[in-house]
Design a protein around this ligand. Structure first.
Ligand code: GLU
Length: 430
């Protein structure tokens, strides 16, 4: 039987607990999601039939503030996956010191098979089903895999209709015209880039001699690939769900981005059309082959469970930056660690998305909107500050960056949980 993703995620917690002194009450509380909602969403399809989709929303822990996390539309969405993603959000928000807890939502659907009208009805139907479970002071959704600003806009509108008042702070990642924040669309990739630069400086690794492979060319992968290219790194491979391209001399990321936007498939970029002429020595690679390329930096920016015990020994990169959530299983972690491969974890590396979501929520509540320069400057300060703290913990305790990130988050979560009262208050007497 396949291991549950949540129990695998919990292994990271157990490992980190060895390095922190938090009360048993706090650690026990963090092992379980606070509340999980399963809903069915009836949607009238364009041909007149009715289809019922399965949806979920999980609030993992709200000790540090309202829960926060995206909504995923994907055929593989299950309750177990959503619970794990909500677990990661809890630690991610704490690692970045955001006054927020962790949550996640999802609908089991292949959105590519729906018309835009069907997608709108599904998005509004999902909010109808979960409206009592969310709210600006309770739980604040956002985009995740295969959801986008347009969908967030429909969802905010639907929630506002239900509540009979405009409620922009109920959801983040909205279009700018509906109260979205400058810089939110590029925040995950940009935040990851700031962390990568800060960490590469520790190893004296300079862009010009550093090769990078990026798995996934969506909202996060394409942005970090572009920033790395602009900073002078040699991005030698990129992929999407159809497969990827590899060119040892480096890829021209801006033209790939342009072609991908018009053709929607990387393979089309390289096999049909003029980009084939720009790069002469390219090869098509599968996603599996991309993970095993001989590069300095590997960036999984697609889905979870990409590097497992099956393929971890094939990884040749020296540094891995997890832009996706959960791309490496805990067993694979051990194998990579034994080979001295540095893994910078998702709960730090991809936290730029939720950090700018937090900024959006603050702007919606205050009514004062920031410039993109303000957003990126604050994002950089927060990402680099927390990355440096995590790096210092890793050095001090001689533990991998992932465990250090959990230790860092756990200290904050433990303090907040303890402040609510623990066994010691009662047993010791006041
Ligand atoms: N889905 C993103 C994540 O996994 C962003 C969540 C948010 O902005 O609340 O971090």
């Amino acid at each position: 039987m396949a291991t549950s993703i949540l129990s695998d995620a919990n292994r990271r917690l157990e490992r980190a607990l060895k390095y922190v002194t938090i009360s048993d009450d706090a650690s026990e509380r963090l092992r379980y999601p606070k509340a999980s909602l399963i809903v069915s969403i009836p949607v009238r399809m364009d041909n007149g039939t009715l289809r019922v989709f399965q949806g979920y929303r999980v609030r993992y822990d709200d000790t540090r503030g309202p829960t926060k996390g995206g909504i995923r539309f994907h055929p593989d969405v299950t309750l177990d996956e959503v619970q794990s993603l909500a677990f990661w959000m809890t630690f991610k928000c704490a690692a970045l010191n955001l006054p927020l807890g962790g949550a996640k939502g999802g609908v089991t659907v292949n959105p590519k098979e729906l018309s835009k009208f069907e997608l709108e009805r599904l998005s509004r139907g999902y909010i109808d089903a979960i409206a009592d479970f969310i709210g600006p002071d309770v739980d604040v959704p956002a985009p995740d895999v295969y959801t986008n600003p347009m969908i967030m806009g429909w969802m905010m509108d639907q929630y506002s209709i239900i509540c009979r008042k405009l409620s922009p702070a109920v959801i983040t990642g909205k279009p700018l015209s509906m109260g979205g924040s400058q810089g939110r669309d590029t925040a995950t990739g940009t935040g990851a880039f700031y962390v990568l630069q800060a960490m590469m400086a520790k190893f004296g690794q300079v862009p010009q001699t550093t090769t990078v492979a990026v798995q996934g060319f969506g909202n996060a992968g394409s942005v970090i690939a572009r920033l790395l290219f602009d900073a002078g790194y040699k991005v030698v491979a990129v992929s999407d769900s159809q497969g990827g391209v590899y060119s040892p001399s480096g890829l021209d990321i801006p033209s790939i981005q342009q072609f991908k936007t018009s053709t929607r498939s990387l393979k089309a970029v390289y096999c049909e059309g003029t980009v084939c002429n720009i790069v002469d020595d390219y090869t098509l690679v599968t996603n599996e082959e991309l993970l095993a390329l001989d590069v300095d930096i590997l960036i999984p920016a697609a889905m979870e469970n990409q590097i497992t015990v099956e393929n971890a020994s094939a990884v040749q990169a020296r540094y891995i930056f997890e832009v996706a959530n959960g791309p490496i299983t805990s067993e694979a972690d051990r194998l990579l660690e034994a080979r001295d491969i540095y893994v910078f974890p998702d709960i730090l590396v991809n936290a730029g998305g939720v950090t700018v979501s937090y900024f959006e929520w603050v702007q919606n509540r205050s009514g004062l909107y920031w410039t993109v320069e303000d957003v990126n400057a604050r994002l950089k300060t927060m990402m680099v500050t927390e990355a440096e703290r995590i790096w210092a913990i890793a050095q001090e305790l001689a533990i991998p960056p992932r465990t250090a990130a959990y230790v860092h988050a756990l200290e904050r979560l433990g303090d907040a949980l303890n402040a609510k009262g623990t066994r010691d208050y009662y047993v010791g007497g006041l």
